[in-house]
Design a protein around this ligand. Structure first.
Ligand code: F6R
Length: 608
């Protein structure tokens, strides 16, 4: 759950490393460090806390170097401290690591027996000593031999402080990409693409178990067997400003506001609305099996899980196929029978979430076909699935997921319509009507953004409430969950999401004067039932923030009203969720929270 960077080139390595790390801070930010050549050796500079502290420490030194490695940490073994921060060193071996060395205790014991002593509480220090113990002058061979003894996940960048002529990298089960600019002689290894965009848009997606050496001569890539392989360069269209804040105060607000565009990016090339056509070329291999599918299991975590809950409703109503949705970590504990008549859909923005990845592997082992819905190109989940539909929402930097959710939901909608057609339960006319309505969503979102001041003032009114309830029904029920998750994770206000039909079965006991309850009640088949829930809530003196369609007559005495443009019921989630995102954002800002980097959270949860 950390970010690593390695730079080799003709420019200022300190700047390149800090630029890269600042774009990886979303992966962890409890400490950071770099190792940079300094005279005949390397200097290791490490600080606790955010990257700003490392920048300040480096600004007092005047180090000029053309290579180095860097790390931003999210602690798994050993508390955040300077001694536990990376890079770690053993003799001339200096490295940074993302992942977990599962057998570090046994490795540590055997290294201690050989005379190595440990100064940190990390699993990573084992790697430094292990590589040193195997080093006979060839860093690449030592790294290969070392990782062959390691169980667990890793992306490693290692240098020899005495030679400083190359960076050797490898990865297993966590991401690592290599940015290549042969013209300017600049090379960068990083945990994620945005970290390298200032340098290049040409990337080598290092294969799982693969290795690479980066030196002044360029990048040499090796397969897991250690054989040199032909480099395959992938050109990434994201330009550096796409990964920057674009004038917004935070990535989160930027990403919320990007949604009218990202939704169109998700749809691009996939639909001809007037003809009711959906192209999901990625699913070509599934076409012949679609009629035989007996059920679908959707597996994901957090916000991605909530989009999966909506996907279930889409698939059940458009493709008439039973669907269950499971939290990835729970799926791993179940003895759920699967077969090739079951499709498991793994949803993950990062494509690296450990539980979802393990669920994917388990599903495949049990004979199911697996489709992935991912945002990050070449990520583990995308690569390991039998089929993968990318959401094309662009880099999501803010820890709280926003634009990925709406893009995932749209992919699930398209998938359900596609499946309905393959299974002969949905005609082109019906598909065409839905797609045409979908195309109006970006404009409707703009109408919500135009009402941001209203949402902001309501959010600010309630920031001192100790607790919130979010309720809704049917399609919007997952939005009640998502609204509560968004609010709690970035504002730290306690919040719970409930189905409004469940109120009387327990949570209504919470309600008393001024207890804030956000109610999603857009136009649709369940609107009247949700309006009745509003009456019940008001009768207990609670404050209702009603999210209703533009022309709806609200139940009397709603404390606050947020109006959204009218759309078909199943698409209303794409609007109500954006209200929740903005509401959480402004509440968190009102409380002076760091919305992009909420406490205790990291963007990619790459450990179980
Ligand atoms: C919430 C949030 C998390 C993620 C979850 C899954 O805002 O971001 O709940 O949705 O950790 O992450 P991915 O989608 O990358 O698998």
């Amino acid at each position: 759950m950390c970010g690593i960077v390695g730079y080799f080139g003709k420019k200022d390595a300190v700047k390149a490393l800090l630029d890269g790390l600042s774009r990886l801070e979303y992966r962890g930010y409890d400490s950071a460090g770099v190792a940079i050549p300094d005279g005949d050796s390397v200097s290791i500079i490490r600080t606790v806390g955010k990257l700003e502290n490392l920048k300040a420490a480096l600004s007092t030194k005047n180090i000029k170097a053309n290579m180095g490695i860097g790390h931003t940490r999210w602690a798994t073994h050993g508390r955040p401290s300077e001694i536990n921060a990376h890079p770690h060193r053993s003799g001339s071996i200096v490295l940074v690591h993302n992942g977990i060395v599962e057998n570090y205790i046994e490795l540590k014991e055997s290294l201690e027996e050989s005379g190595y002593s440990f100064i940190s509480d990390t699993d990573t220090e084992v790697l430094a000593h292990l590589i040193r113990s195997l080093y006979r002058g060839d860093l690449f061979s030592a790294l290969r031999d070392a990782v062959s003894k390691v169980r667990g996940s890793y992306a490693i960048a290692v240098i020899d402080a005495d030679k400083r002529d190359r960076i050797v990298v490898t990865r297993r089960d966590v991401p690592l990409v290599l940015g290549v600019d042969d013209i300017n002689g600049e090379y960068i290894a990083a945990s994620d693409i945005p970290a390298a965009l200032n340098i290049t848009r040409d990337f080598i997606m290092l294969e799982d178990g693969g290795f690479a050496q980066i030196s002044a001569d360029g990048v040499t890539e090796y397969n897991p067997a250690g054989e040199i392989i032909q480099k395959k360069i992938t050109h990434i269209d994201w330009d550096p400003v796409m990964a920057e804040k674009d004038g917004y105060p935070d990535f989160m607000l930027k990403e919320i506001n990007e949604q009218p565009r990202t939704l169109m990016d998700t749809l691009r090339g996939k639909i001809i609305p007037d003809e009711g056509k959906i192209y999901l070329g990625e699913l070509e291999g599934l076409k012949s099996k679609a009629g035989e599918l007996e059920r679908i299991v959707i597996v994901a975590c957090g916000t991605s899980l909530h989009s999966g809950m909506i996907g279930k409703l889409y698939i059940e109503s458009y493709a008439i196929l039973p669907v269950e949705v499971d939290i990835a970590s729970e799926f791993l504990q179940r003895s759920l029978p699967l077969s090739d008549k079951v499709l498991v859909i793994c949803i993950s923005q990062s494509g690296e979430t450990a539980d979802t990845k393990q669920a994917l592997r388990l599903a495949k082992k049990r004979g199911a076909k697996v489709a992935a819905i991912c945002n990050v190109l070449g990520s583990a989940i995308a690569s390991e699935a039998d089929y993968c539909i990318y959401t094309h929402a662009g880099p999501e930097i803010s820890v709280a997921s926003t634009k990925a959710f709406t893009s995932q939901t749209i992919v699930l909608l398209l998938f359900s319509l596609w499946l309905g057609e393959q299974r002969d339960v949905l005609g082109k006319k019906a598909i065409s009507e839905i797609l045409n309505d979908l195309l109006h969503i970006p404009d409707k979102l703009k109408a919500i953004f135009a009402d941001q001041e209203n949402i902001k003032s309501i959010a600010l009114k309630y920031i001192h409430a100790p607790s919130f309830l979010f309720i809704a029904r049917h399609y919007n029920y997952p939005i009640a969950f998502e609204g509560a998750l968004k609010l709690k994770e970035i504002s730290y206000i306690h919040a719970e999401g409930y189905c409004s039909g469940e109120l009387k079965h327990g949570p209504i006991a919470l309600l008393s004067d001024n207890f804030p309850v956000m109610v999603y009640a857009p136009a649709g088949t369940v609107k009247d039932k949700v309006f009745s829930a509003i009456e019940e809530v008001q009768a207990r003196g609670a404050s209702v923030i009603a999210v209703i369609s533009e022309d709806a007559i609200p139940p009397s005495q709603c404390s606050d009203i947020i109006r959204i443009p009218e759309t078909r019921e199943e698409l209303s989630v794409l609007l109500t969720v954006v209200v929740s995102q903005l509401f959480a954002y402004y509440a968190a800002k009102g409380l002076n929270r760091d919305v992009d980097k909420p406490r205790n959270l990291a963007k990619s949860v790459t450990v179980e």
